[in-house]
Unconditional design. Structure first.
Length: 494
């Protein structure tokens, strides 16, 4: 019988204490909420005074019990490819970066639509990523449409599910409409949900107008889920102790679930987060710190203790270039997140405290992800005799290469990485390519092999027409990386 290895940071008594204090916090001092949800909360018997909601523990428990314990995201063909439940582990690239690490100069610069397309195409070719993300803000389109434009590019170039999010309450409806068009209508989207939407409270214990409205609108939209991304900053916007920050994270998630479930009971929602420590020496928020990884694991363990789908932001490094530090930090948290059984782990490809993305780092991170996935497969007794029968065939000569068991089982026992991982004998004169050079070559190979699978023509036409109508007031001419301006003029599509 195969035993899956696991990492456990918190024991049951401590988990119960964390939740006990989280329930205390949402009642007293309470949670700051926006006017958008005042009546919704008061209608459930929650006292709201001075913009602060005081949520009774008994009500919170009842609403937590309504949350589905799992759900699936589907690819474009209707196949369930991401399961948010139990100890299933999936990865997606990090999201919402403003900058890209230029592969030639190794300097950060504002990300463009072409950079996002390259990131999407590479992630599409890598089975390590079960989902895409709206990875970068496209700085070559007007700011007011940048959130939905990045989703448009992902839907255009990818068939995988998407982890996304809106920058404003008004743009959420545009994102939902893009998903509905790509799926073939709102009902088709409900039957085979394609995306989850990140929604962030403001620490400490504050659901803004934007966040509150997103929770309500997403509960009623059937996409299927909101993904709460609580971001306590230990020592700055949250208690300095790791366990104290985990308590705050739990209180923010529980209060968000209360709002969400009151909007539409039984709607799926994810217990997610991007906590971090506050580095007292530098004033930075190191996403690659071991304590940040511990926060991620601890926060997820609370959600799993409640039986809820989970998410965390990991697989990120804090250096500004791809070096040993960045990949050490990224690999360490990749393994811990997988061992913790977190359902969706975001952050691959990111560095510089989540401020920058790199396609080269994405393919290196994919190797760490593959190793972590092999680790959680555990050790399996694949033969009746563990070793004695094989020794009976070889004796003390040790020539196991000749055994049929070796030929039959080595591919199941061993993970074979791509050429990014150098297991050969590198020359000592420096002429062998380093890992960054190997990553660049890997990126080019993946891009060369990528082939876009178009949507049905009527859906493509509808998607383009909708995008052009939405972009018209912003003055955008053409659709970068989809329609060239000269093509638009020639065909009269505007």
């Amino acid at each position: 019988m195969r035993i899956r290895p696991k990492f456990q940071l918190l024991d049951k008594p401590l988990l119960e204490r964390i939740l006990d204090e989280a329930f205390q916090l949402i009642e007293d001092p309470g949670v700051r909420v926006a006017p958008y949800v005042f009546e919704l909360l008061r209608g459930a018997g929650i006292t709201v005074e001075g913009g602060v909601a005081h949520i009774p523990e008994a009500l919170a428990h009842r609403l937590l019990d309504l949350v589905p314990r799992g759900f699936c995201l589907y690819d474009r063909s209707g196949k369930p490819t991401v399961r948010y439940a139990g100890d299933d582990v999936h990865f997606d690239p990090g999201s919402s970066c403003l900058n890209i690490l230029d592969p030639e100069t190794q300097q950060p610069r504002p990300a463009l639509s072409s950079d996002l397309v390259k990131m999407v195409q590479v992630a599409e070719m890598l089975p390590h990523f079960a989902a895409q993300s709206t990875a970068m803000v496209c700085n070559d389109v007007p700011q007011e449409i940048s959130d939905w434009y990045r989703l448009l590019l992902v839907l255009w170039y990818s068939e995988k599910p998407v982890v996304t999010g809106a920058f404003s309450a008004s743009s959420l409806h545009t994102l939902l409409e893009l998903l509905a068009i790509e799926s073939g209508g709102r009902e088709a989207l409900r039957e085979h949900p394609r995306a989850v939407f990140d929604v962030c409270p403001s620490p400490p214990l504050n659901w803004s107008e934007f966040g509150s409205q997103n929770l309500v609108d997403l509960a009623r939209a059937g996409v299927p889920a909101a993904e709460i991304v609580s971001m306590p900053l230990a020592g700055a916007t949250a208690p300095v102790t790791l366990v104290g920050s985990i308590v705050q994270h739990a209180a923010e998630c529980i209060s968000g679930i209360v709002i969400h479930q009151l909007a539409l009971p039984g709607s799926p929602i994810v217990w997610g987060g991007a906590p971090a420590i506050f580095d007292m020496r530098t004033g930075k928020t190191p996403m690659g710190a071991i304590e940040t990884a511990m926060l991620d694991v601890g926060c997820a363990e609370v959600g799993k203790f409640l039986g809820l789908p989970t998410h965390a932001y990991m697989v990120a490094g804090d250096g500004r270039v791809i070096d040993a530090q960045v990949e050490m930090e990224s690999g360490m948290s990749t393994v811990l997140g997988a061992l913790a059984g977190i359902n969706m782990i975001s952050g691959a490809g990111m560095l510089d405290f989540l401020a920058c993305h790199s396609v080269e780092k994405l393919v290196i991170d994919a190797e760490a992800i593959a190793s972590a996935q092999r680790l959680i497969e555990g050790v399996d007794a694949r033969t009746d005799s563990l070793a004695v029968a094989m020794f009976a065939q070889t004796g003390l000569q040790g020539d196991f290469l000749k055994l049929k068991e070796t030929r039959a089982l080595f591919r199941k026992e061993q993970h074979f990485p791509s050429a990014i991982i150098d297991r050969g004998l590198a020359s000592m004169d420096g002429s062998s390519p380093d890992i960054l050079q190997r990553a660049r070559q890997r990126v080019e190979e993946l891009l060369s092999a990528y082939e876009r699978h178009p949507l049905p023509p009527n859906r493509e036409e509808e998607l383009i027409a909708f995008a052009q109508r939405e972009a018209k007031d912003s003055g955008l001419e053409g659709l970068p990386e989809i329609l060239r301006p000269e093509y638009v003029h020639e065909t009269g599509l505007i």
